[in-house]
Design a protein around this ligand. Structure first.
Ligand SMILES: NC(=O)c1ccc[n+]([C@@H]2O[C@H](COP(=O)([O-])OP(=O)(O)OC[C@H]3O[C@@H](n4cnc5c(N)ncnc54)[C@H](OP(=O)(O)O)[C@@H]3O)[C@@H](O)[C@H]2O)c1
Length: 245
């Protein structure tokens, strides 16, 4: 597989890119910090395969999207099998409510920036005859919930967009893989109390890579979050109001 990867520098992105590099697939890394990208390239080279290159891409700056994708596709020989987006921001509900600037930034990066990046990616994938677009959303987008009102709203919008893309462009060869992680132990959740079904990035990565290979439209990770969210989705509103979840 030849893949463009945005978000390989940390957390689940780092674990997933390692798995991909280990099996000898070719990656091109996008990210907002040149030093972090160089360090990730060195790590991946030690693990398996050195990425073909890197380019600056910041989800907060849509002007970076087209040049980064074009450079990646050119470097990978004019055709890619997948574009993978694990990049994203998180802050607690309390932090977001008390800091409008932080709130704007999380909403911008997790919804507007990610959607605009995906638009540039899907145009290029369809122009070459098809490919896979794998994007990390969240179980936080499944229902309006007290602890994640704002972050969840951005992820709900993103999941909705990705489902629409799947319906609209599947016949043209676009395969959308929407990843909905539950709580996973990464830097993003550092300092939060892990719930009983908290997952490890390496386990999520293995599950997501299988989903990419199978072109599975939606994947919950860890697996336990699939049935948990099926229950949450079915709860009546008056029950949701009473529970802290
Ligand atoms: N961990 C969880 O429990 C959990 C649960 C549900 C959903 N998710 C979602 O899963 C994805 C991965 O989460 P994670 O836990 O692996 O997070 P993480 O460890 O914090 O890593 C986030 C990645 O996103 C990149 N990033 C952040 N802002 C960016 C920007 N403006 N432009 C480009 N890259 C940017 C970071 O790059 P830098 O090195 O530049 O910071 C980093 O590589 C995110 O979309 C997150 O919302 C996570």
């Amino acid at each position: 597989m030849k893949a463009i990867f945005l978000g390989a520098t940390k957390g689940m992105g780092r674990a997933l890119s390692r798995l991909i590099a280990r099996r000898g697939d070719e990656l091109f890394l996008l990210g907002r910090d040149r030093e972090d990208l160089d360090k990730s390239c060195a790590d991946l080279a030690a693990d398996g395969t050195r990425p073909a290159g890197t380019a600056p891409c910041d989800l907060a700056d849509p002007r970076t999207f087209a040049p980064a994708l074009d450079q990646a596709i050119l470097t990978l020989g004019g055709r890619v099998d997948a574009v993978i987006v694990t990049a994203g921001l998180f802050a607690t509900q309390d932090a977001l409510e008390s800091n409008p600037e932080l709130c704007r930034s999380v909403l911008d990066v997790d919804f507007t920036g990610t959607v605009l990046f995906c638009e540039e990616a899907r145009k290029r994938l369809i122009a070459q005859g098809g490919g896979t677009l794998c994007v990390f959303s969240s179980v936080a987008g499944e229902r309006g919930r007290k602890p994640v009102v704002l972050y969840g709203a951005a992820k709900a919008g993103l999941s909705h967009y990705l489902e629409g893309l799947d319906h609209r462009y599947r016949a043209e060869g676009l395969h959308v893989v929407t990843v909905k992680p539950g709580f996973v132990k990464t830097g993003l959740t550092a300092g939060l109390k892990p719930p009983p079904f908290a997952g490890e990035p390496e386990d999520v990565a293995a599950r997501v890579l299988k989903a990419i290979d199978r072109k599975q439209p939606v994947v919950y990770a860890p697996a336990a979050w699939g049935p948990i969210m099926a229950v949450i989705r079915s709860l009546p509103r008056f029950v949701m109001r009473r529970v802290g979840f």
